[in-house]
Design a protein around this ligand. Structure first.
Ligand SMILES: [Zn+2]
Length: 1016
């Protein structure tokens, strides 16, 4: 208690005349290491070069001196160390340090997730994975966040952290000019109500780091060495054998201690002036620090002792602290804090010409792969849960299944890192993420096949379009597929499969012919697109049989419902002849829309939504921003930054069109040529106009898939949708798929174009008083409204520049891939589209999963065991979404006291995972007041809803990541002037036997569900 006694002395000495203003400043020195789970080096390289040494040396050094502290942030590294490096005695030491609160786990997620381009589902997943491990292993539940590096801050993240039971949130990267003002006005700390519907219930105290951010000041006025980094800079690929690293700071000695103390105290005082309390958060560390903690602490200990010995003169005391200790001191001041509403901190600029809006679109392929993997995981989790409850002793080994699921949980978690899905990593790290995702997806595809009791076939690819290539087989081949609906809603939808035959007939599991359409594929002359209309209940699968033939379908009974569509090609039209456009309009009709295409340009001309017979002029084409690659010629674009010298230019000189009219779907293919005479097109749009089948609002979604790439160097390509809507350049884009944010076009003194780009994770729309045009997305992009009626989406970037920093880290984004993203366009009145877009965005993300059966069985087998037989549907009301239904396999007791005593007993903790506890999350999709009906709170009986899965015996409400019994979760209350109702409303308890739950707008509620075994 050495530091405390010094502090007590100071207080006694001066408090009689001290005011809040002139009380001695108390600095909380928080040792930390920012360990990117990726970025420039792979995870293995990082473990080898420094990450393993961080935990080994911190454990040793903390055990030596009890005042020392450390915060552990990214769990993937900690867990790798724990599982593969740590000795038993190190583990024992860690348990002791955690128990004493000296080693504190912060955030607790696998990674520090990006906030702009990640989806809510994946943020929750990666947090849940880390929390499950920490709680299981140590009985601890992180209460604070440390989002020091994500590039801008979303309003959805603080809501999730509140739902996970956090007491305070910490961010750092906000606009440079905004931060200046916040510092000046002492407004870096506030209470954030991130959700306009949940308001104060899920508010959270938020600390914005000052301009020094998370690194220790690196300038020493008295030395050429950097400041406070005594262990120097991590060395790749190998740690130096002699322990001497580059850039090690000058040691603290009799000669240097005074100037060191002076530098540190000056910095602390400077920062203190920006905050309302006399507590200064002084992060000590930076990227890849503390791999040699002995040198770090060995120099800092005497320096801090010296400052405290002279604290009267300095006016400052210092202590090692965890983040929790800092926040506790601020909380105890009991001040009244400003309230921030649901505005976010996106986009983010570091300087006038440094708008970090490029990464919204960097590495489109990785962004797409990450989301596809996440969808596949959701499908597999729900399926395995059903299997596990229905067949607890079924032939699919539960440990094997859990391993497959866990591998994909981790791969999807890992890529949420702020240098992962953002596309801001080096090419080899992008390959690492992709490889981890692909390997884990293959494993989960094996699991799906096993759950359906199918022959093992690792070769198939199930998402999103299935390729059924059976070349060289005989005429009359029959292919069977299982199609699974991973959503808890009944759906009627189109499934698209790529097949090798020009003709086919499709039958359902009852042998009845199913409506289908086949046509030559746009991508290859040798393949065909087969569209099948499928009707599936919530979480239900059905088996279909496809009978192929080389000749036109005529004799089979299914042929009557099969439509073979043929294309009509239109002559290539050159932009230079556009003087005569708009004379000949060609309609494409569905029950929902009349699309007009202009035969003089081959572009879309207008869309009429038939419900209200309102026509909106809509044109879509591709434009390019040309980036500067020479740092001497001005600002450059790179992985992170979007910077352009001028407006976009039209990316083509001519357009060709083909229309394939169909009975199920009409396809319009537009090809954009860079030059009039080019043989190959540079870009394409394939628009699918579905007909209405069944009662579902299927025809309201115009599905578009684009093809772009390889791009020319230093181009950034946008899809520009120009309309007659009077939106005044106001755009709406989503924060992480959780909520829509209004983006007013702002004029800046410079860089206005790039600073008006926003992340679009699932949705973007523009609207006027009458109509709204919505684009829904299968992956993240950048979006902007650069002119009235315009919505442009940046789809792809390829960049190279000569900035030494970019070149040194290989971060120039020379991405030569071909990308094929999909958007759904929905046009309608504001009220109609309000009912649709949230749900449609989820349906786009979670399309039915097609599992081809390797060898068709003949004859068709009736009543096979397992999930290939029909199971009862699980259906939620239209405004509720089944966010999670999984078997996490955690081996902790739901009762905290029981679990803690187990953890502290020192017994072997490697007990059997709990396969009988199901994690359930349900989310209300609507904001308060968004729709007169759908925005109402919904009451459901979970026993009834889940009847199709099994018989619910026990329901326990938990915090977002499962670690808290919600009834026992008390978050800190922070005083605000308006005194609105604070957080946790009384929730239902687990004892409530009627299983009735009411879910209010934007709530996410989490439960543990226990089913009676062998339910079916
Ligand atoms: Zn980072």
């Amino acid at each position: 208690m050495r530091l405390f006694s010094v502090f007590a002395f100071i207080c006694c000495f001066c408090s009689h005349e001290a005011t809040a203003e002139d009380q001695p400043i108390q600095a909380f020195v928080i040792p930390h290491s920012h360990m990117d789970v990726g970025w420039v080096y792979t995870i293995q390289e990082s473990m080898h070069a420094y990450a393993a040494n961080v935990y080994s040396s911190v454990t040793e050094e903390l055990s030596k001196v009890k005042e020392r502290r450390f915060i552990a942030v990214e769990q993937e590294f900690f867990r790798l160390w724990w599982d593969t490096v740590a000795s038993d005695s190190q583990k024992k030491q860690v348990r002791q340090l955690v128990k004493e609160g000296r080693l504190e786990f912060i955030i607790g997620g696998q990674v520090m997730h990006d906030e702009a381009v990640t989806d809510l589902d994946d943020q929750i997943l990666q947090l849940t994975e880390g929390h499950g491990f920490l709680y299981e292993t140590f009985g601890v539940r992180p209460r604070f966040s440390w989002h020091v590096d994500p590039f801008g801050a979303s309003a959805a993240t603080p809501v999730l952290f509140a739902l996970a039971g956090f007491n305070a949130h910490l961010i750092s990267r906000v606009d440079y000019d905004l931060k200046d003002g916040m510092q000046r006005d002492k407004k870096l700390q506030f209470v954030w109500r991130g959700s306009p519907s949940l308001k104060a219930q899920q508010e959270i105290f938020t600390h914005t780091m000052d301009q020094f951010s998370y690194c220790t000041p690196s300038q020493l006025p008295f030395s050429n060495s950097s400041g406070f980094y005594w262990n120097g800079v991590a060395l790749f690929p190998n740690p130096p054998k002699d322990g001497v690293y580059p850039n090690m700071s000058l040691p603290v000695t009799k000669e240097t201690i005074q100037p060191y103390a002076k530098t540190m105290v000056e910095n602390i005082k400077r920062r203190a002036a920006w905050f309302r309390t006399n507590h200064v958060l002084w992060p000590w560390g930076c990227d890849k620090q503390f791999y040699n903690s002995s040198v770090q602490f060995g120099n800092m200990d005497p320096l801090m002792k010296y400052i405290n010995q002279n604290s009267k003169e300095f006016g400052v005391t210092v202590r090692y602290a965890t983040l929790g200790e800092y926040f506790q001191s601020v909380h105890q001041t009991n001040l009244t804090w400003d309230v921030r509403g649901s505005e976010d901190f996106l986009p983010y600029s570091t300087e006038p010409y440094q708008a970090w809006t490029g990464f919204y679109a960097s590495r489109n392929v990785l962004k797409g792969a990450a989301r596809r993997a996440s969808s596949l995981l959701h499908a597999a989790e729900t399926l395995f849960t059903r299997y596990r409850i229905s067949f607890p002793d079924g032939p699919v080994a539960k440990d094997w299944a859990l391993d497959k699921l866990r591998a994909l949980r981790w791969a999807v978690s890992e890529v949420q890192h702020h240098d992962g899905i953002t596309g801001t990593e080096s090419p080899k790290v992008a390959e690492m993420y992709t490889q981890h995702l692909m390997e884990a997806m293959m494993g989960v595809e094996e699991l799906l096949a096993a759950l359906f009791l199918l022959p093992h076939n690792p070769a198939f690819s199930s998402v999103p379009d299935s390729s059924l290539h059976e070349k060289g087989v005989d005429e009359g081949l029959e292919q069977h597929v299982i199609i699974y609906n991973p959503l808890a809603w009944n759906i009627t939808t189109l499934v698209n499969m790529t097949v090798a035959f020009p003709s086919a007939a499709v039958y359902d599991d009852g042998g009845q012919p199913v409506p289908a359409q086949i046509q030559r594929s746009a991508r290859s002359n040798a393949s065909y697109d087969l569209f099948v209309v499928v009707e599936l209940g919530g979480l239900q699968n059905r088996k279909y049989a496809i009978r192929f033939s080389e000749t036109a379908c005529s004799e089979q009974p299914g042929c009557a419902r099969m439509y073979a569509a043929k294309g009509v090609a239109f002559e290539r039209r050159s932009v230079k002849n556009w003087g005569k456009k708009g004379r000949r309009l060609l309609p494409v009709l569905s029950e929902c829309y009349k699309l007009m295409f202009d035969q003089d340009t081959n572009l879309l001309h207008s869309v009429t939504y038939l419900q209200e017979k309102r026509r909106v002029r809509v044109t879509q084409d591709f434009w390019e921003y040309n980036a500067n690659g020479d740092v001497k010629a001005g600002p450059i674009s790179d992985n992170y930054i979007f910077s352009t010298n001028g407006s976009a230019v039209r990316a083509y000189k001519a357009v060709q069109m083909e229309i394939i009219p169909g009975k199920i779907v009409t396809e319009v293919r537009q090809y954009f040529y860079r030059e009039d005479s080019d043989k190959d097109y540079a870009y394409s749009i394939t628009t699918r106009v579905p007909k209405c089948f069944g009662a579902a609002p299927q025809c309201q979604r115009l599905e578009q898939t684009y093809s772009l790439g390889p791009l020319r160097l230093n181009t950034e390509v946008v899809l520009r949708t120009a309309s007659s809507l009077k939106n005044n350049q106001t755009l709406y884009t989503d924060d992480n798929g959780y909520q829509m944010m209004r983006r007013t076009y702002r004029k800046f003194s410079n860089n206005t174009l790039a600073r008006n780009y926003f992340p679009m994770v699932r949705a973007a729309f523009i609207e006027d008083d009458l109509s709204r045009l919505v684009l829904l997305s299968d992956r993240a992009h950048g979006a902007s409204s650069q002119a009235d009626g315009q919505l442009e989406v940046m789809l792809h970037r390829r960049l190279w520049n000569n900035l030494a920093w970019n070149l040194g880290y290989n971060l120039t984004l020379n991405d030569s891939s071909v990308v094929r993203p999909t958007l759904w366009m929905v046009l309608g009145s504001v009220s109609e589209t309000s009912k649709l877009h949230q749900r449609a965005a989820i349906e786009l993300q979670h399309r039915p999963v097609v599992v081809p059966i390797d060898q068709p069985r003949k004859p068709w087998q009736e009543k096979e065991p397992g999930l290939s037989s029909p199971v009862s549907p699980v259906v939620l009301p239209p405004n509720l979404h089944l966010l999670s239904l999984s078997v996490p396999g955690w081996n902790y007791s739901s009762a905290h006291d029981v679990h803690l005593s187990h953890v502290h007993s020192g017994k072997n903790l490697r007990s059997e995972p709990d396969f009988d506890r199901v994690l359930l999350r349900i989310m209300h999709l609507f904001e308060e007041g968004e729709d007169p009906e759908l925005s109402k709170p919904v009451t459901i009986n979970l026993k009834e809803v889940l009847q199709g899965v099994g018989e619910v015996k026990v329901l326990e409400e938990r915090s977002l990541t499962g670690t808290w019994d919600i009834a026992r979760l008390q978050r800190w209350t922070w005083k605000t002037a308006d005194n609105l109702e604070k957080h946790n409303r009384p929730y239902r308890s687990g004892q409530d036997k009627d299983f009735t739950v009411t879910i209010s707008p934007k709530e996410v509620r989490t439960f543990f569900v226990h089913f009676s075994s062998g339910s079916l």
